[in-house]
Design a binder for this molecule. Structure first.
Ligand code: FAD
Length: 318
């Protein structure tokens, strides 16, 4: 398959880059190792219930993002969840539902992990675990930096980008995902991030959030706690989290429990540039911030802005 642009990573950054390029008439292929689009905007079913277990919400600091968010609210893909004066928005059908909506007209290859690229006379060849996947004039990478470094280390080209990518480091995050027998009352909105036990960042009741018909909860652990316990097995980690959560949720109230490990959840260090490139090889994503970024940290909005910026850069170069 030959395309103008191959985009690796179908999270917010990759999907926005694809949307910019496709609207301008470019042939685009979006490739992701996951079985669904969304990346860290992740939603899963647990029994007949639903949980967001990556980003829970997003905030808006720029007019560029606000314009899109307003439209998504009108289209019914996004709603204001809580927060005054700083609004927290979430997907009406889960965070992943928004990315599915944004990617609906984009050509995609899922369940495909890119392991290597090679430079050809008129572009790039992208290889998956089983061999050649696509040929593209331009390539945009949007996975977390350590995963891009792994690909570039297997490739002969693109190594000039590695030192900059090595400056981006990530914290991990554990998320416990629960289906309960009975509804729970954490707060009116269902979001709780105050007065929690040490190491715990937030708890979310998805029934109160409005995305699950049944009582489901996700419990987020802080980066330092997650890092400390990262090498322990799932059962041990889940048990530690549930012990900490026992003042809110009794073990007998839990019907199903699962653990999600995010090795690369939130960047500890970022770059002050919305993307980087070496010729027709581009890298973007949430850790690539605008120079004037007022938050200074990775988030859904930074992924969105980076995706738009890299899409426009590829267009302007052509
Ligand atoms: C637990 C958690 C909580 C968070 N909470 C919030 C929050 O409340 N608010 C907020 O604004 N942000 C939050 N974030 C951050 C937010 O989710 C991210 O900033 C944003 O979604 C990143 O988008 P992205 O497109 O840059 O990267 P990603 O969403 O990570 O997309 C990268 C994609 O690349 C794919 N990929 C990786 N390697 C390969 C490969 N070799 N081949 C093919 N595909 C590959 C991955 O499968 C993934 O889909 C949270 C993140 C986590 C993990």
């Amino acid at each position: 398959m030959k395309v103008d642009v191959a985009i690796v990573g179908a999270g917010m950054a990759g999907v926005m880059a694809a949307s910019v390029l496709q609207k301008a008439g470019k042939d685009v292929l979006l490739i992701d190792k996951g079985k669904s689009v969304g990346g860290r905007m992740a939603t899963r079913r647990i029994e007949q219930g639903k949980v967001d277990h990556g980003a829970q919400f997003f905030t808006v600091r720029t007019e560029d993002f606000q314009r899109y968010v307003d439209q998504w609210v009108v289209n019914g893909q996004v709603k204001e969840w809580f927060g005054n004066p700083y609004k927290r928005y979430c997907g009406t059908n889960g965070m992943n539902g928004l990315i599915k909506y944004l990617a609906k007209d984009v050509e995609m290859k899922l369940n495909t992990r890119i392991v290597k690229i090679s430079k050809e006379t008129d572009g790039w060849l992208l290889y998956g675990e089983q061999g050649e996947i696509a040929q593209a004039k331009n390539v945009i990478f949007t996975p977390p930096a350590p995963q891009i470094i792994d690909i570039l280390k297997e490739s002969r080209e693109g190594n000039d980008l590695v030192p900059k990518l090595q400056d981006i480091t990530f914290n991990p995050c554990f998320v416990a995902i629960l289906k309960l027998h009975e509804p729970i009352n954490l707060s009116d909105s269902g979001h709780l991030d105050e007065y929690l036990p040490d190491g715990m960042e937030r708890m979310v009741d998805h029934q109160a959030k409005g995305i699950s018909s049944l009582p489901t909860v996700s419990i987020y652990m802080e980066g330092t706690w997650s890092k400390k316990h990262y090498e322990e097995n799932d059962d041990t980690v889940l048990q530690l989290i549930l012990e900490k959560a026992s003042t809110y949720i009794h073990k007998d109230d839990i019907e199903v429990k699962q653990l999600k490990r995010w090795r690369y959840a939130e960047a500890k260090t970022t770059l002050n540039s919305p993307f980087i490139n070496q010729d027709s090889l581009y890298v973007a994503g949430d850790a690539f911030l605008r120079e004037d970024d007022s938050a200074g940290r990775t988030r859904v909005e930074s992924a969105f802005l980076s995706g738009i910026a890299v899409g426009n850069a590829v267009l302007n170069k052509a």
